[in-house]
Design a protein around this ligand. Structure first.
Ligand SMILES: *[C@@H]1O[C@H](CO)[C@@H](O)[C@H](O)[C@H]1NC(C)=O
Ligand SMILES: *[C@@H]1O[C@H](CO)[C@@H](O)[C@H](O)[C@H]1NC(C)=O
Ligand SMILES: *[C@@H]1O[C@H](CO)[C@@H](O)[C@H](O)[C@H]1NC(C)=O
Ligand SMILES: *[C@@H]1O[C@H](CO)[C@@H](O)[C@H](O)[C@H]1NC(C)=O
Ligand SMILES: *[C@@H]1O[C@H](CO)[C@@H](O)[C@H](O)[C@H]1NC(C)=O
Ligand SMILES: *[C@@H]1O[C@H](CO)[C@@H](O)[C@H](O)[C@H]1NC(C)=O
Ligand SMILES: *[C@@H]1O[C@H](CO)[C@@H](O)[C@H](O)[C@H]1NC(C)=O
Length: 735
């Protein structure tokens, strides 16, 4: 393998250094222009031989050998090559420069010795030095199957969808996969500014419009992970795919008409900080609409982590970064994707096997992942739960049972209604549901006037609320303790998607004795959940191209399905699934959104005592704190606070502002639902929001008091703004 230059590293303690330069006043000189794409073999993770044997543990191991990367920021008034020369005393720095970031944010990566690093740290304008890490791929194996099906019944905005570009930062892609064929695609969108530089024997097309390599290996995916994630988010619909006959069906991404741009940052052993930052830099400048990043973070602080830094720049340019929660659950506080400007995705089961057992009264079978409303195909209908279709007239329990007058007909019509009692049958019928599923173990074989199925209480639980899988990383948030993470949950087990044709379908990707090669494989992991949520976010964006990242994120979070808290692990619940399970169709119509922009995040960081130095690393420019806000007053779609352990009784207030994106004239009333753990008392003021126009903003405060909260178990409630149509739901969580 290449990368033998690493030996030098062990003899001579050269370090990799990633430098982010706050807003250069003049463009970097031609040296950097010329070498911007250069990949040094020294970057190859084979520098870390320990990793070869330890794929799923982080490279902190590696750093024991003295290989660390550092990132620093320097002032704008020092041209980076001069700065570099000052530090190294060398006139030629070509051999030292690893790469430069110059498109969306400014900086470069280079190799420095220990003493040079010390000098860097002392130089005027140098803001911080931190070790860089290797980032692992998130996939755990699964042989089961989960497919997404195509259908004309899914509402689409095809014109915009076809102009949507999904940036995939991962292990590359298998370009010949049918999932990325460009049959029927026109030329790339006009806004596309990227390139196809995938290396030898790699061709892009009008579907796979871009490829960039930061590994030196070429963008062809020899692992399968990147091919899988890209196809989950945006792959074509490909019919009659199965995994050795299991799960025969159509495989497709959430937005099959959209385009894909691939940024290869990972090799088998991991992905370097430098590569990840470069990929963000390029993807943003290339014009991607959204970035899906199925790599975990390595969290000590936001300014030390390329995912957080890259995603901040993306956010500032209107690009949402969707990131996997990581696979380190169910240990509490194991989640590594914790920045509020990132959309963090947990992995849940899909109950596919279970749903297969549901036989409707008319003999039809529901197959596939019916909980996903993308899954329509003439004979397939979305499920709606009595609870989710509640009319204001009733309490939740009556709505769950689908009692008369408790449901909103418009939410039930044309769907499969799921009720906690057989009373739902006649209601479902009268409201125009196409079928219903009720809880009634003894009634399975009954024949009723409309299609229905009865399930055991256990199965019913499973159906009504998907569960987060054990491996999915859990909160609480180790950096920003009052920001609830993860944000959302999406299917992450038993996912069949496109794969590399040279990789074994058994993770970790290369089982020596597994000689099978497939075009489609089944994987599980938060890595698979991430592109599901990214695909949903892209889907929402095709309807609202002008929406900011925070609006899209809010829409998906506040319309999410409540999830099953049971069995999510020690003290999990919201710390395992955040706001709940993605509901792509509901996300198109959120009613209200919680908006956030760059200035809000800066105020948030200022409130966390980030100083000018660390702020500059994250924001990529000099920032002065003019406003400080408490973490919990960041206008986030969820509300969370960590109580000091001495708080036997407490009162905490959250400030929030919602923006009306529903009907011009709408009046929202607040509802508070009790959650689990200690009882919380929640006061919302004002309790009614009367919106007169679209885009109108209104503020409110949520004051929560309680006592004796179990430090091991989060206590929760939900705030819902309800206008008769929309349930704008936010979890409130205390620990
Ligand atoms: C979907 O729509 C296309 C174009 O209108 C049509 O050709 C095709 O038959 C439809 N497919 C199904 C399954 O209805
Ligand atoms: C290009 O890659 C494909 C897939 O690995 C392979 O089948 C083909 O032979 C390669 N072509 C060349 C010219 O190397
Ligand atoms: C998969 O299903 C399709 C349609 O039902 C059928 O035509 C095809 O033969 C099946 N393929 C396999 C491998 O079972
Ligand atoms: C692969 O097969 C060889 C020979 O059958 C066996 O000794 C070895 O343990 C196998 N390796 C794995 C990882 O199963
Ligand atoms: C800024 O904060 C960082 C991280 O907390 C700290 O290491 C550094 O010393 C601070 N710099 C200044 C100038 O206060
Ligand atoms: C929160 O909102 C209340 C009422 O609008 C206001 O008095 C208070 O200043 C706000 N607090 C913060 C930190 O914004
Ligand atoms: C909103 O409602 C008021 C009072 O019912 C009405 O006068 C006004 O025309 C409505 N505005 C819109 C935009 O529907």
């Amino acid at each position: 393998m290449k990368g033998l230059g690493m030996i030098v590293l062990f003899i001579h303690p050269i370090k990799l250094i990633s430098v982010e330069i706050a807003k250069l006043q003049k463009p970097l000189n031609s040296f950097y222009e010329k070498n911007g794409e250069t990949v040094s073999p020294l970057l190859s993770p084979v520098m870390c031989p320990c990793l070869v044997h330890d794929q799923f543990s982080l490279s902190s191991v590696c750093c024991v050998h003295g290989l660390t990367s550092v990132s620093t920021g320097i002032h704008t008034n020092v041209a980076s090559h001069e700065y570099f020369q000052e530090v190294t005393g060398e006139s030629s720095i070509e051999s030292r420069l690893v790469r430069s970031y110059k498109r969306s944010f400014n900086g470069f990566a280079a190799r420095l010795t220990e003493s040079e690093m010390e000098r860097v740290a002392k130089l005027d304008g140098v803001v911080s030095v931190f070790p860089s890490k290797m980032y692992k791929i998130q996939t755990t194996g699964s042989w089961n199957f989960m497919g997404l099906k195509d259908g004309n019944d899914t509402k689409r905005n095809l014109g915009v969808e076809s102009n949507t570009i999904i940036g995939v930062i991962d292990t590359g892609v298998w370009p010949e996969s049918e999932s990325f064929s460009d049959k029927g695609f026109g030329p790339p969108p006009k806004k596309w500014k990227g390139v196809c530089s995938g290396g030898a024997n790699f061709t892009c097309n009008n579907k796979l419009i871009g490829a960039r390599d930061y590994t030196g290996e070429g963008v062809r995916d020899i692992i399968g992970h990147g091919t899988h994630t890209a196809s989950i988010a945006a792959g074509n619909a490909v019919a009659d795919i199965s995994f050795f006959g299991i799960g025969n069906g159509t495989v497709r991404g959430a937005v099959p008409a959209s385009r894909i741009a691939v940024y290869k940052v990972c090799l088998r052993n991991g992905c370097t900080s430098e590569a990840i930052l470069s990929a963000f830099d390029d993807a943003i400048a290339d014009g991607v609409d959204l970035i899906t990043l199925s790599l975990d973070g390595y969290i000590k602080s936001f300014e030390q982590e390329p995912n957080s830094i890259g995603a901040f720049h993306a956010m500032a340019k209107g690009v949402l970064t969707v990131n996997s929660a990581d696979n380190s659950g169910p240990t509490p506080a194991s989640i590594s994707s914790v920045a509020p400007w990132i959309f963090t995705v947990a992995a849940s089961n899909t109950n596919r096997g279970f749903v297969n057992k549901v036989v409707l009264g008319n003999g039809k079978k529901i197959e596939g992942k019916s909980v996903n409303a993308f899954d329509l195909k003439g004979k397939k209908y979305p499920l709606v739960y009595g609870k989710s279709a509640a009319s204001p007239a009733c309490d939740t329990d009556s709505a769950k049972k689908c009692l008369a007058r408790c449901l909103d007909e418009s939410l039930v019509k044309g769907k499969i209604l799921v009720c906690a009692s057989s009373d739902g049958l006649s209601i479902a019928h009268s409201m125009g549901a196409v079928a219903s599923i009720i809880i009634n173990p003894s009634d399975y074989a009954s024949i009723h006037a409309i299609p229905f199925s009865a399930l055991s209480p256990e199965d019913f639980d499973l159906l009504t609320a998907p569960k987060v899988v054990s491996f999915s990383g859990r909160g609480s948030n180790r950096i920003a303790s009052d920001i609830l993470k993860p944000d959302i949950s999406a299917p992450g087990v038993e996912i069949l998607a496109a794969y590399s044709h040279v990789a074994s379908p058994v993770p970790p990707y290369k089982q020596e004795n597994d000689t099978r090669r497939v075009n489609y494989a089944v994987l599980a992991g938060t890595s698979m959940a991430c592109p599901h949520a990214a695909g949903v976010a892209a889907y929402v964006k095709t309807f609202y191209p002008e929406w900011t990242p925070s609006m899209i994120k809010s829409a998906i979070m506040t319309t999410a399905w409540p999830m099953n808290a049971a069995g999510t692990g020690v003290a999990s619940a919201e710390f395992s699934y955040g706001a709940g399970h993605v509901d792509p169709i509901a996300a198109l119509n959120p009613g209200l959104v919680y908006e956030l922009d760059k200035a809000d995040y800066i105020a948030f960081l200022c409130g966390m005592n980030f100083n000018m130095t660390t702020l500059k690393i994250i924001a990529g420019e000099a920032v002065t704190c003019t406003e400080n806000i408490l973490q919990r007053n960041l206008n986030y779609p969820s509300m969370s606070a960590k109580l000091s352990s001495s708080d036997s009784s407490f009162t905490v207030t959250f400030n929030r502002t919602v923006t009306n994106v529903g009907a011009p004239n709408s009046t929202y009333k607040c509802k508070v639902l009790a959650g689990r753990g200690s009882t919380l008392s929640v006061k919302v003021s004002p309790s009614v929001l009367s919106m007169k126009s679209v885009n109108e903003k209104q503020s409110f405060t949520v004051t929560v008091s309680g006592s004796n909260v179990d430090p091991e178990l989060p206590s929760s409630a939900s705030l819902i703004w309800f206008d008769g149509t929309h349930n704008v739901r936010s979890p409130i969580v205390f620990i």
